[in-house]
Design a protein around this ligand. Structure first.
Ligand code: G3H
Ligand code: 13P
Ligand code: ZN
Length: 333
């Protein structure tokens, strides 16, 4: 058993309480490799933003859970080396799908876990979430739960349609499970294709898709039922069109990729939404930078020469999100 406290990590309790009070949101960035982690830590250290490092099932399969945990431990030291005296870094399990995986992360030094029972029948979601909460809370590890189903692919949970969170269920769910935060469904979804073209309109000037607005009425109703309770938004990448354009101009094929407009995320960040999950935007930045190097320098074969620019572009992206979208800069001085 390793306590995250020994590793210099923090859970989400204080982060979320301050974020709700201060009207900003904490960035939750997924990481799978060293370049992503370096970029996240540099961006957070430079802006003095609290940050959540997320490890998905896909990341565990790709990079190995043990290695990722030691990387996160190293990240705390790296942050200090960069001059961030008191780094506020949370290591979080993204979309945990069983009690066993959540327990293994708690035992291994994660400071926060998500148990995603959103695809289960309501009572089963409650029973599983409660079991995880009872275990995690013994070690001061915070637990995120989910109610409602996001459209698209949630790791292995595939939902054809998004089923918005039912506000009338949230009090019962939060009370009976004891969860620390709740991921809700208000129209976001995972990946770079968040809306089908037929759900959007098209900007006549640019020809780009304009997505429909998020269901802020559902968010408002949830906040009314659970005043001051930490709310989480998954699937919150904006799918920056400049990255999509670079990818498409350099041999890629991402037609009609579309995300959540940043002004909607800005609005959400000012509310009780205190954790905003971003993964796809970082994948797009990485891919755009790598494709550009390959197109411009076909003879390049040193990975540092294309992963380096990818890392720089991701760092720029993370800083932009922190400063201009979530407003979490200078909240962890
Ligand atoms: O929730 C989805 C995240 O973007 C992680 O996806 O399982 O492909 O790593 P992944
Ligand atoms: P995006 O695919 O929109 O980046 O969402 C990531 C996410 O929700 C991770 O849990
Ligand atoms: Zn997610």
């Amino acid at each position: 058993m390793v306590s995250y406290k020994e590793l210099g990590l923090v859970n989400t309790k204080d982060m979320f309480a301050k974020a709700i009070k201060g009207g900003y949101a904490i960035p939750a960035f997924n990481f799978n490799n060293m370049e992503q982690l370096q970029a996240i830590i540099k961006a957070a250290a430079e802006t003095k933003s609290p940050v959540i490092l997320q490890v998905s099932k896909g990341a565990r399969n790709y990079a190995n859970q043990t290695l990722l945990r030691y990387m996160a431990q190293g990240a705390v030291e790296y942050a200090k080396e960069l001059g961030w005296e008191k780094p506020q870094i949370c290591l979080h399990l993204d979309h945990g799908d069983s009690f066993e995986i959540c327990k293994s992360c708690v035992d291994f030094g994660f400071s926060s876990v998500m148990i995603d029972g959103s695809s289960l029948p309501y009572e089963e979601n409650i029973a599983l979430t409660k079991k995880v909460v009872e275990y995690a809370h013994q070690y001061d590890v915070t637990v995120e739960a989910e109610l409602g189903v996001l459209a698209g692919v949630e790791d292995e949970v595939v939902a054809e349609e998004s089923h918005y969170t039912k506000p009338e269920e949230v009090i019962d769910f939060a009370t009976r499970t004891g969860c620390d935060s709740l991921a809700i469904s208000i129209g976001t979804s995972h990946g770079a294709y968040k809306f089908k073209p037929e759900q959007c309109t098209r900007d006549p000037k640019t020809g780009r898709l304009v997505p429909p607005p998020l269901a802020f009425d559902v968010l408002d109703a949830v906040m009314e039922k659970l005043p001051g309770f930490p709310i989480v938004l998954h699937g919150s990448s904006s799918v920056p069109q400049e990255y999509v354009d670079i990818i498409n101009a350099n041999g890629g094929k991402l037609p009609d990729a579309v995300g959540i407009p940043e002004e909607q995320l800005r609005k959400a960040a000012k509310s009780a939404v205190c954790k905003i999950n971003i993964d796809s935007d970082s994948r797009l930045a990485f891919t755009a930078a790598v494709r550009k190097v390959f197109a411009e320098k076909p003879g390049e074969f040193d990975p540092r020469k294309y992963c380096g620019p990818a890392r720089d572009l991701m760092e720029e992206l993370y800083k932009h999100k922190i400063i201009n979208v979530l407003g979490s800069d200078h909240k962890a001085e």
